[in-house]
Design a binder for this molecule. Structure first.
Ligand code: HEC
Ligand code: HEC
Ligand code: HEC
Ligand code: HEC
Ligand code: HEC
Length: 161
């Protein structure tokens, strides 16, 4: 009895590890949010469409080069950034958040930022994140729970194409 409960727990622990591992993305460059927020940068300095458009957007390599053409140029990870920029190529970042295309979800950042929903509510504390990982899981239930609480729309067509 106890042995089987323990086995169950061990399995549950293994599954939890598996899920965490799946959610951490291998990125082409070891970019750290924590280091850059510590420099005094704000989320919207890089994700500059979040308060005005549907997508927050990932910054172009040209934005990185505003600093890294002169700062930390001796670091191997920063040399990789300069290589992409010299070739005129964007850094092929792997996406962390998103929905299956067949779920036909349409998400829009701007109304949330205007309604003062914090980035951290939906993405966790990125100021402490050294790697890109999904800190918050989103599904229809989590969207609708907050929409109900805040009196936002619960129409199917608000969130689906
Ligand atoms: C110096 C620019 C910069 C700043 C400042 C910045 N980010 Fe990012 N962010 C990036 C880059 C580059 C990526 C893509 C690499 C990665 O996922 O780590 C990214 C990825 C993300 C992702 C994952 C996107 C996805 O689905 O793939 C989230 C969420 C995010 N940032 C939130 C934030 C929040 C919240 C803040 C403020 C606390 C912030 N970022 C500040 C550059 C920045
Ligand atoms: C209400 C929840 C919510 C809030 C608030 C929110 N996000 Fe997001 N964010 C999401 C979801 C959901 C996705 C995935 C959307 C998709 O794939 O269509 C996402 C995707 C992203 C992405 C990657 C794709 C893109 O949109 O370009 C970045 C970067 C990002 N968010 C940054 C931010 C930042 C920075 C803030 C605060 C200024 C913020 N988010 C606030 C839910 C949220
Ligand atoms: C406002 C200036 C600024 C911008 C913009 C900026 N960085 Fe940085 N970055 C720095 C500074 C300063 C350091 C050194 C910080 C430290 O060592 O603590 C750094 C460190 C790094 C490092 C770590 C180097 C190492 O190995 O220690 C990487 C990788 C990096 N940045 C990637 C990026 C990427 C990718 C972008 C664009 C999305 C970007 N940075 C945008 C200023 C900037
Ligand atoms: C923490 C609370 C919260 C969460 C979580 C949340 N929303 Fe929202 N959402 C809001 C608020 C508040 C508004 C703004 C309502 C307004 O402007 O009247 C909004 C507005 C929207 C709008 C625009 C509606 C319109 O009428 O233009 C869309 C689309 C949307 N949300 C989709 C989503 C989706 C999809 C998710 C889940 C991935 C989600 N939201 C999660 C609080 C939330
Ligand atoms: C506030 C936003 C929101 C509203 C309102 C909403 N949905 Fe969703 N729905 C989502 C999100 C986000 C997903 C994706 C969940 C995931 O990937 O886990 C989803 C997933 C689904 C799926 C599953 C698709 C699949 O691939 O399995 C169906 C079916 C669905 N919604 C139907 C509806 C219907 C019908 C309504 C109206 C009664 C509705 N939704 C209202 C956000 C919403």
């Amino acid at each position: 009895m106890i042995a089987s409960v323990l086995r169950g727990l061990a399995l549950a622990a293994l599954c939890a590890v598996g899920i965490t591992a799946l959610q951490a993305q291998q990125q082409p460059i070891a970019y750290s949010h924590k280091k850059h927020i510590a420099l005094g940068l704000a989320c919207l300095d890089c994700h500059s469409m979040a308060d005005i458009g549907p997508a927050a957007t990932i910054p172009s390599v040209r934005k990185c080069m505003l600093c890294h053409s002169t700062l930390a140029t001796d670091k191997p990870e920063v040399k990789k950034i300069a290589d992409y920029a010299a070739k005129g190529r964007e850094i092929p970042w792997q996406r962390v958040y998103g929905f299956e295309t067949q779920a036909l979800v349409k998400f829009n950042h701007a109304p949330h930022i205007r309604a003062k929903v914090e980035c951290a509510t939906c993405h966790g504390d990125m100021t402490q994140a050294d790697t890109a990982q999904k800190l918050v899981n989103h599904n229809m239930g989590t969207c609708i729970t907050c929409h109900r609480q805040k009196g936002a729309s619960q129409d199917c067509a608000t969130c689906h194409y």
